[in-house]
Design a protein around this ligand. Structure first.
Ligand code: FAD
Length: 347
């Protein structure tokens, strides 16, 4: 089983700027990099966008973030990404996507962006002292699953601890599972997991739920789901895989152990949109709002993947979004006369 990591950076911050220039689209000037397209984020959305944009000769620069590879770096087996009959380890899939993007000339910098200025073109993006100026931008910064923050949870991620029932439920046939959370996602995941599990314990710190009544009613009516209000998870038990949970009653403090084979953390996601909120529309949960497939309210700024999509949240849908955003960016650059029509390749 591949461990988290093994994802070597291509270009460090120090190497990123100034660059030596020498290509038609990327020139380093002082602490500055000029390019036709900056892609922010290197999960499935960002790297797929890079593959498409690089093959269209846009020579994209990917600001890959401090978590290069994105969310799939946090998981082991991925069995639902098409093309891998036996499945593939998340980090291996992301390393392959990155190598594929690099093969066509993508330059990657493993750095988080600090801020952006989208008031005029070229758009300006700052990261650790380097300024990137781009004629177009694809934002693919994803969303981060929220975790309980326990050491045992981190240690057992991908070994029975998950944040995605759609992705990992299948691995837990005929097991007793726990879902932690009290919102719609937790109830939805608990209900979904009853397709595989013999029993699902839904654990929530409070005695009221944020979930809608219909979701609570559905779960309550499901014989396989047992709801435990006022219940906190203090520890996830097991050496190499999840074997149980150490729980405490949030009212009485009473401790108890619950034997489970898997723990699904469903306490929410945080969309990585802080840097863009002054410039682009966000919805009530903080996700970016897309206009016309991958567009934003600013011409030339495109959006792909989980940073806007809290409905599907899958690698394949994020990758598809990255493809669409790259094609839209390429066509937009061509329509502006920034790139020549000849630049466009047959996709
Ligand atoms: C535990 C787990 C298991 C999963 N298993 C599966 C599965 O089996 N199959 C499946 O299809 N899906 C699975 N998913 C869901 C899947 O991982 C996501 O849907 C997918 O990764 C979304 O891709 P993305 O490119 O939109 O964003 P992400 O993968 O979230 O990538 C976002 C990228 O943006 C970068 N970034 C963030 N902020 C900044 C910033 N300020 N500056 C620069 N970069 C930034 C990050 O470093 C990262 O590289 C799983 C998710 C989790 C959490």
């Amino acid at each position: 089983m591949t461990e988290f990591g093994g994802f070597a950076p291509t270009l460090t911050d120090a190497e990123a700027g100034p660059t030596s220039g020498g290509s038609s689209t990327i020139q380093g000037v002082g602490g500055r990099v000029d390019t036709n397209l900056v892609i922010i984020g290197s999960g499935p959305a960002g790297l797929t966008a890079a593959i498409y944009a690089a093959r269209a000769n846009l020579e994209p620069v990917v600001l890959a973030g401090s978590a290069p590879g994105g969310q799939l770096m946090l998981t082991s087996d991925v069995e639902n990404y098409p093309g891998f009959v036996e499945g593939i380890q998340g980090p291996d899939l992301m390393a392959a996507m990155r190598a594929q993007a690099e093969r066509f000339g993508t330059r990657l910098v493993d750095t988080d962006i600090d801020r952006v200025d989208f008031s005029e073109r070229p758009f300006r993006i700052w990261s650790r002292g380097t300024e990137y100026r781009a004629q177009s931008v694809i934002i693919a910064t994803g969303a981060s699953a929220l975790w309980l923050g326990l050491d045992s949870e981190t240690r057992l991620r991908g070994r029975g601890v998950s944040a995605c029932a759609t992705c990992d439920g299948f691995f837990f046939k005929d097991q007793v599972l726990a879902v932690i959370g009290g919102g719609d996602t937790a109830f939805e995941e608990a209900t979904f997991l009853t397709r595989f599990a013999t029993k699902v314990h839904l654990l929530h710190r409070r005695d009221t739920f944020r979930a809608s009544k219909i979701m609570v009613d559905r779960a309550t009516a499901n014989d396989k789901i047992e709801i435990h209000p006022n219940t906190a998870v203090d520890e996830i038990l097991g050496e190499s895989k999840v074997e149980g949970l150490l729980l405490s009653d949030t009212k009485t403090g009473e401790k108890r152990q619950l034997d489970v084979g898997g723990a699904f953390i469903a306490i929410g996601y945080r969309p990585n949109t802080e840097a863009f909120r002054d410039w682009l529309d966000v919805d009530e949960k903080g996700y970016l709002v897309v206009h016309d497939e991958t567009g934003s309210k600013i011409d030339g700024v495109f959006i792909a993947g989980d940073v806007h999509d809290h409905r599907y949240r899958q690698a394949v849908t994020a990758a598809a979004d990255g493809c669409k955003a790259a094609i839209d960016a390429e066509r937009w650059l061509e329509a502006q006369g920034i790139t020549e029509a000849a630049t466009a390749t047959a996709w």
